[in-house]
Design a protein around this ligand. Sequence first.
Ligand SMILES: Cc1cc2nc3c(=O)[nH]c(=O)nc-3n(C[C@H](O)[C@H](O)[C@H](O)COP(=O)(O)OP(=O)(O)OC[C@H]3O[C@@H](n4cnc5c(N)ncnc54)[C@H](O)[C@@H]3O)c2cc1C
Length: 468
Amino acid sequence: MDQYDVAIIGSGPGGYVAAIRCAQLGMKTAIIEKYSTLGGTCLNVGCIPSKAMLDSSHHYEDATKHFEEHGIEIPGEIKVNLEKMIARKQSVVDQTTKGIEFLMDKNKITVYEGIGSFKDATHINIKKNDGKTEEIEAKNIIIATGSKPSTLPFITLDKERVITSTEALKLKEIPKHMIVIGGGVIGLELGQVYKRLGAEVTVVEYMDRIIPGMDAALSKELTKVMKKQKVKFALSHKVKSVERKGDQVIIKADDKKGQEVVFEGDYCLVAVGRKPYTDGLNADAAGVKFDERGKVIVDEHLKTSADNIYAIGDVIKGAMLAHKAEEEGTLVAEILAGQKPHIDYNLIPGVVYTWPEVAAVGKTEEELKEAGVEYKAGQFPMRALGRARASMDIDGFVKILADKKTDEVLGVHMIGARCADLIAEAVTAMEFRASAEDISRMSHAHPTYAEAVKEAALAATDNRALHV
Ligand SMILES: Cc1cc2nc3c(=O)[nH]c(=O)nc-3n(C[C@H](O)[C@H](O)[C@H](O)COP(=O)(O)OP(=O)(O)OC[C@H]3O[C@@H](n4cnc5c(N)ncnc54)[C@H](O)[C@@H]3O)c2cc1C
């Protein structure tokens, strides 16, 4: 039987990063993945393919709607070849997952393909795809089995017309009318992809706003911009049935007055969140305990109820984000090596890759109000930037929230072009506990979108933004 210092179950961004860091720290490491490609949800059916589709559809929208304003004329009709678009997405996924294979090889990590299940706290049975089983032994085990799409109890996901994000990334036709249940990150990103490609898109959301966990000002602005893009929203609507009739889907919901509203389309994307995935893991046999939502219970060192078993990523509490899973993978590897690492969960940024992009870190205004923290806010509109006007990406703003007395930055919320990248400045500043004045005194290259961060900091410091 092969023996390891550490075995990791699941090769998503949590698992594969944990494996690399364990190997870097000198541990004999194995990783077990049930699929034939490594990289988990993120690389195969999540972050990477969705961004590939967002980029392709963005190019199409630019070509059909914006090139002309730039003085670019394309004779003849511009058409979408969806099959080719999806094939390109797949080749991006293939390159990326192969990259993980290379990294496993480079770091001398043994990869097992098959379903890992606990025999006891130190032994894992691996049921391989050819039906054979193999047992390995490991001193320490990391559960990184991730998540899968959740649904509502009355919905039958037929995966043809009533679909999850996984199927939405490989449709064979552009929907005529896609009804998206859920106004969270995944629903909005994929809804925007198909809207750009020509579908009618209606987002039906239970809460009274989209991206409910983010600062309310971001929800408001994104709703406004997406409405301009002709996405329809039915907020405060409680979906009560989803029925397929031939090639049609019929969704019934109650609005906030309790009146029934019927939506008809040809595809229904169910994007109501994700749930932890531990099917077949048999973690009980190792003494691992779960909470009422099926998440593995861990302590502050991400240790489960079993002494030598840790859990990371989507399968435990906290934001379901690839970079959160990666940080946790690194943290556990370093703990196993006897180090004392730390993650500041307040500084894990959240991003929505719609266009305009939405990004945030730290506390929202709603959270500060609820906690009774005295704060000041500085906001700067993207439209006041030369760079934004040059590219005609004028929607959005940057908002900085700082402590009223100390001026320490407590939260940064932004919507606009390239905010997914701009948020890194805010994370850096907050990691070093910068004040709004610190940011406002740093030189920001001109003309860039980053100038909006400096201007928002000036606005927060003393209400002295320069360009409004
Ligand atoms: C459409 C979509 C878009 C997304 N976009 C983003 C984004 O832009 N940015 C972002 O940060 N996050 C994004 N996410 C979320 C992100 O994908 C997840 O947070 C991340 O993948 C979680 O990583 P993980 O390592 O915990 O688990 P996963 O990536 O889910 O990986 C778990 C792996 O474990 C394997 N596994 C499970 N059980 C077993 C077993 N018993 N034996 C062997 N293998 C097993 C699974 O097959 C899987 O490969 C997106 C998700 C979706 C669905």
